[in-house]
Ligand binder design. Structure first.
Ligand code: CUA
Length: 322
């Protein structure tokens, strides 16, 4: 009992029972609807069963029960009642299934979502910006996520905002919704995609129009240029002339044009690292740079056995990329 009740402790950042978008509300309403039909069926069936068990239990001297054959009214009843209940479930289910496949209205914000082993790339083609793992959306505006994968099948799932949708290489899938509450949502990949499937998490920040516009304005700019002679400037040199550029882009740093890993132009402004699994702090950056594969098994990011002073400079530089 205690173990069962412990499940009620919370918090539940990935609950599906607190929908905060039109899509989430529609799915939740359907679930609730079906749940109550199931309660009605359960109560009737179990009630009848209990009644029969008690009313017709064996009694000494009670004799043999009489058998019943071919009761037409009963047979019509127990055929029609479930059929009717199935109709009441099927109609709203079909309606909701079609609603979940609907395209967003014209003028919706379009975001391209590309799944990678094991992180998320978010591209806003109309706004000219690229980020990773942390999706920012304005509240109250319809959004359409256009999804594909760079390698294997992944599945985008931010439970607070709606259901899952697969990201399939060579195909484009879509999901459309309108977030209705300013908040931060957690999500994760929901399709087994390799060793670090569990480390492929994501966050969605639903913001006011002004906060979203401010975020967009920052993200569209080139990377911050570190002050002359600063530790961050040494980090920039190490970055631009080291192995990092093979995989990462930093807008404004001509050498850094890699596209295998996340775009780092504004990585300092993100709250999390490494597929939204680690807090974006100096200490976790240090561990990530020097031991990425032990934090994310199978990671394409190799361990970088760099001297301490170079790691410190890289951390200062990455943190300056606000
Ligand atoms: Cu990507 Cu599981």
């Amino acid at each position: 009992m205690l173990l069962a009740v412990a499940g009620c402790g919370g918090p539940f950042p990935q609950t599906t029972f607190a929908p905060r978008s039109d899509l989430g509300v529609a799915v939740d309403a359907l679930f609730t609807d079906i749940f109550w039909w199931a309660v009605v069926v359960f109560a009737i069936v179990e009630g009848l069963l209990l009644f029969v068990i008690i009313r017709y239990r064996h009694r000494d001297g009670g004799g043999k029960p009489s058998a019943l054959h071919g009761h037409t009214a009963l047979e019509i009843g127990w055929t029609l009642a479930p059929a009717l209940i199935l109709v009441f479930i099927a109609v709203p289910t079909m309606r909701t299934i079609f609603a979940t496949q609907a395209r967003a209205p014209a003028g919706a914000l379009r975001v391209e979502v590309i799944g990678h082993q094991w992180w998320w790339e978010f591209r806003y083609p109309e706004l000219g910006l690229v980020t990773a793992n942390e999706l920012h959306l304005p509240r109250g505006k319809p959004v359409e996520l256009e999804m594909t994968s760079a390698d294997v099948i992944h599945s985008f799932w931010a439970p607070g905002l709606g259901g899952k949708r697969d990201l399939t290489p060579g195909r484009t899938t879509r999901i459309a919704f309108t977030p209705d509450s300013i908040s931060e949502y957690q999500g994760q990949c929901a399709e087994f995609c390799g060793a670090s499937h569990a480390n492929m998490r994501l966050r969605v920040f639903v913001q006011s129009d002004s906060a979203f516009a401010a975020w967009v304005a920052v993200q569209r700019t080139d990377a911050a240029v570190p002050a002359r002679g600063s530790l961050a400037e040494r980090g920039q040199q190490a970055f631009a002339h080291g192995p990092c550029i093979a995989c990462h882009t930093i807008a404004g740093v001509p050498q850094a044009r890699g596209t295998v890993g996340p775009n780092l132009t504004h990585v300092g402004s993100r709250t999390m690292l490494a597929g939204a699994t680690l807090p974006n702090t100096a200490e976790w950056l240090r561990r990530w740079i020097t031991h990425a594969p032990s934090l994310k098994p199978g990671s394409l990011m190799p361990a970088m056995p760099l001297p301490d002073d170079q790691v410190a400079a890289l951390i200062a530089y990455i943190q300056s990329l606000q």
